[in-house]
Structure formats: C-alpha cells, structure tokens
Design a protein around this ligand. Structure first.
Ligand code: PEP
Ligand code: MG
Length: 514
C-alpha cells in the first residue's frame, strides 16, 4: 500500500511517476525589508509583471491566457484600489494583497468561470510584491525530472515550467479552470489542484499522479505502481476510443467566459458554445464597453466557431452594488440580477444585442443564439425577445434560473415568444433551496434534490411539448449522473466547462451502454 493517497481536482488526463520537488513560497509579511517602498514602486512592478506576462509566450492558448491576465494587472480600478489602501496606511504587501483580494472577491461573486479567475489574480499578488522588493526568480529547480508540489502556481510560473524537467504538478490551492490549470493542461502536464494534505508531502518522496481521477499516491509500491499505471493507461486509451466513436443523442457544448478559451473548447470535443458569459467585458469599468470593442471580442470568438452554434448570454452581474453605469433594479432576493437590470438600462442591452448581431455578419456561418439571464417573468421575456429580434437575431431564448418562471402558466406564455430555453441549474438550485451558491454550502448533487429536479423535469417536458429546444448549462450538466438523467428526459443540449467535456462524453457513453 502507498504511504498515503491524497485527493484533489484532476486537470485533463495522464499519469506521471517521479520524486516530489517542493516549491516553498516567500514570506511576504514585509518585515525586515530594506528601504520603504511607495505606490510608484508598486505601479512600476505591476507594469513589469504585465509586460512579463505579455512577452512570455508568442502563440497558442497560453499566449491568450497571459494576455487576458495582463489586462487585469493594467486595470486602472485595481491600481486605484491599491493606492487607496496605501493612502490609508497599508504597506506594499497589505496594499497589494488587500486590493487584489477585493478585486478577486468581485470576480468570485460572479461565480463559475469568473470565480475561477480570482485564483489567477490572487496568485499574481506574490509576484507583484516580489518585484517591488526586487526579489526576482524562484529558487533553482532540480535538473532531473520531478513532480512540482506547491501551494499555488501563478500563470506566469506555469507557463515557464520546463517540459523536460517537470512531469506533473500538484497544488494545494486553485481550481481546474484557473488560468494556471489551462496552461498546464495545454502543455499536457498531469495536474491535480486543490490537493488536501499537499503541504505534508516531503521533498524527494516518490509520487504517482493520476490527473484523470485527481489522486496522488505518496510512496506507491512497485506492484501498485505497475498495476495502477497499466489501468490508468488503459482508461486513457478507452476515453480516446470513446471520444472517437462517440455519437450521443445530445449536442455537447462548452461554457466559455472569453473568446480566448475557444480553442480549448474545440480541442475538448465541444460541438459549439452553449453559454458564452459576457460579464468579463463589463467588470471593473466606469463606462460600458462601446459597440466596436464588443464587436471585436464577439468576432474573435465567432472566428473559431464557423459552422457551429454559439449561444451568447447578455450581461448578468451578481454584485452587491451594480456597476457605476447601471441603474439598480428590483428588490428582494433577485435585486440587481439578470435581465431586469438590463431592461432598466435598455441602452446597454441594445448595444450588446447590436454588437452580437453585427459581429455575426462577419461570420455568417456561425449559428448565433442569444439569451437573457435570470428572467423573472413572461413580460420580461417578451420585452427581451422584441429587442433581440429588432436587432436582427433569429434564435432568441431565456435562461430558466428562478422557480417562479417554471410555473406552468407563466412558462406557457414564455414559450410563445422565445425559441429556446436554457436551464441554469446553478442559480435554479440556490433559489429553489434558499441556499447561497457562494457560501460553499451547496454541492453539485443538490440539483438532484426532489424540489429542484421536479422543476427541471416539468420545464423540459413543457418546452419539448411546445416544440422548443431545451438545454442545460449549469455545472450539473458536466456531472455524468445528472447529465444521463437530463439526456433521458430529452434535453437537446448539455453545456459544460471545456476541461470536463471529455470525461462527460465518456461517462454518458458508458451509462447509455449500461
Ligand atoms: C447557472 O446559474 O446555472 C448559470 C449557468 O449561470 P451562471 O453560473 O453564470 O450564473
Ligand atoms: Mg446563472
């Protein structure tokens, strides 16, 4: 038996065996640092790190990821926040960390994709503080193949990993869809993130890392190693075969948060985009992005999805306070969320709808669908459909994320004016069960609570009866058990994070064969 088996979230697939190398992070409490540093030093350091990110790579998904993160570092709102912290007496370390963490909190509140971006941002705070104090490079790495074990990995260090030396990566923190994980997956490095107990791994211990199952074996026996590696290899081959021959009675689509993830989605086998979250374009701004800027971002996405479906969702912010350019809307638990905010700020919605329609004219083979988030009533759905059609859209839908909209009479009216329904199980679960998706008290399996599942079932039944397409785009669509159930209920599409699509395909295929 291995000394211990640790578990985390696997990124991609693959198995690796080798000695652990522990990368210990610096102590950033700032004590004993020579010379006082001011905001000007921080500004230069932020710029330096952004420049390093931009120059780190020249092509491929890694370059796109770097570019996206460097944009966060150049965001004037983030700089202003650091300045404010320092003006209140915080030193460099507290100022940078405080501002990064409040910016990250805003991202986190958006949940899903944006929540995962917050880990990328936080990981960069270390790097910025290092630069302010002139601490340059991490310690020298071994010159033999090793498994990198660290508390967190920032995207820039991930991109610099030497593929001849690093054979796998284990982190104590992080999520499978953080930018760092996107980078290690793109480099085909078996990676397991969020490993509980990673801090207890001893330098030099033999590790067996299985990215498919998210398991890390500490000091595996020879027999175990051989057996395990054989089985893992067979499983990897099987998934490949399944992927090649797969012909599922459902369209598998990807959830994306920006155009740079398009390639990952296609590589993972997505047939198109089932949820394009557009929030990143708006976050942290004083003014909404203008028509041209939006057209550019949408066209960049469409360029990758010729002859494929792209379902774009208009803005849905989930913040305590609305953005400066949005009038607040609504009250109660849905306050300032979803379509009602856009209807109270119609010019913002109309500009977004126009930009999407305009970008699609550059890529006429893209099958563009547009949908509204957190729709609360048939009246709202009707107004959205009218505005979308006036902007030139022909496939117009709504997300079903609140139980009130699933009331059969209300839903019947909605179905008269729209072309499709996408069920957002993340919000539907929290609002049906009265629990918060941000507090950590909800689990993916809560969607199978009878109260939630009966709503999902009746919505699918009613939409199909009305001849309208219905899909699932919440996280539960990537859970093979829930997805199999949805498929049997007759959903037309399932949309999941790109990283989870290969295993979803394999899981669906296996359960349909059973
Ligand atoms: C959902 O609520 O299920 C959903 C897909 O939307 P988001 O996670 O962006 O709120
Ligand atoms: Mg939602």
């Amino acid at each position: 038996m291995a000394e211990r088996v640790l578990v985390g979230a696997g990124v991609g697939s693959g198995v690796a065996f080798g000695p652990a190398f522990l990368l210990i992070k610096h102590d950033h409490n700032g004590a004993g640092q020579a010379g006082r540093r001011n905001f000007g030093d921080v500004k230069i350091a932020m710029d330096t790190v952004a420049g390093e990110l931009e120059q780190g790579q020249s092509t491929g998904p890694t370059a796109d990821v770097m570019f996206a993160i460097s944009a966060m570092l150049r965001d004037p709102i983030l700089l202003d926040e650091i300045k404010a912290h320092m003006a209140e007496g915080a030193g460099v370390d507290r100022g940078v960390r405080g501002a990064f963490s409040s910016f990250a909190r805003q991202l986190n509140k958006l949940g899903g994709y944006f929540g995962d971006r917050s880990a990328d941002l936080l990981a960069l705070a270390d790097r910025v503080v290092d630069r302010v104090y002139g601490r340059a490079e991490p310690p020298a790495m071994p010159d033999y193949p090793y498994v990198l074990v660290t508390d967190s990995l920032n995207p820039m260090d991930a991109a610099k990993l030497d593929p001849k030396r690093v054979i796998a990566v284990i982190t104590a923190e992080g999520t499978p869809t953080s930018h760092s994980a996107i980078i290690t997956r793109a480099a085909s490095l078996p990676t397991v993130v969020g490993v509980v107990g990673a801090g207890e791994i001893v330098n030099g211990s033999d590790l067996l890392v299985d990215a498919s199952s998210g398991q890390v074996f500490v000091k595996p026996t020879t027999e175990e190693r051989r057996r395990y590696t054989d089985a893992a290899l067979r499983a990897t081959q099987l998934i490949k075969v399944i992927q090649e021959e797969v012909d599922l009675p459902v369209t598998l689509l990807a959830n994306l948060g920006s155009s740079f993830e398009g390639k990952n989605a296609l590589d993972a086998g997505a047939e198109g985009v089932g949820l394009f979250r557009t929030e990143l374009l708006y976050l942290g701004r004083e003014q909404p992005p203008d028509l041209e800027e939006q057209i550019y971002e949408y066209a960049r996405l469409f360029a990758r999805f010729k002859n494929k479906r792209v379902v774009a969702r208009v803005l849905d912010l989930d913040l305590d306070k609305p953005l400066p350019f949005l009038k607040p809307a609504g009250s109660g638990r849905y306050k300032n969320r979803g379509l009602q905010v856009l209807l109270a700020n119609e010019e913002v919605l109309v500009t977004q709808l126009k930009a999407l329609a305009q970008a699609a004219t550059y890529y006429p083979t893209v099958d563009l669908w547009v949908m509204a988030p957190m729709v609360l009533s048939a009246v709202e759905a009707e107004r959205f459909a009218a505005l979308a059609r006036a902007a030139g859209h022909t496939k117009v839908g709504v997300m079903l994320e609140v139980p009130e909209l699933a009331e059969p009479k209300e839903l019947a009216k909605v179905l008269e004016v729209i072309d499709f329904i996408s069920i957002g199980t993340n919000d539907l679960t929290q609002y049906t069960l009265g629990a918060s998706r941000h507090s950590g008290s909800l689990d993916l399996s809560d969607v199978r609570n009878p109260k939630v599942m009966s709503i999902i079932e009746s919505v699918i039944f009613q939409a199909k009866g009305a001849g309208k397409a219905v899909g699932i785009c919440g996280e539960s669509a990537s859970d093979p058990e829930s997805a199999t159930h949805y498929l049997r209920l007759g959903v037309d599409s399932l949309s999941a994070s790109p990283a989870l699509i290969p295993r979803l395909k394999a899981g669906l295929r296996a359960s349909l064969d059973a």
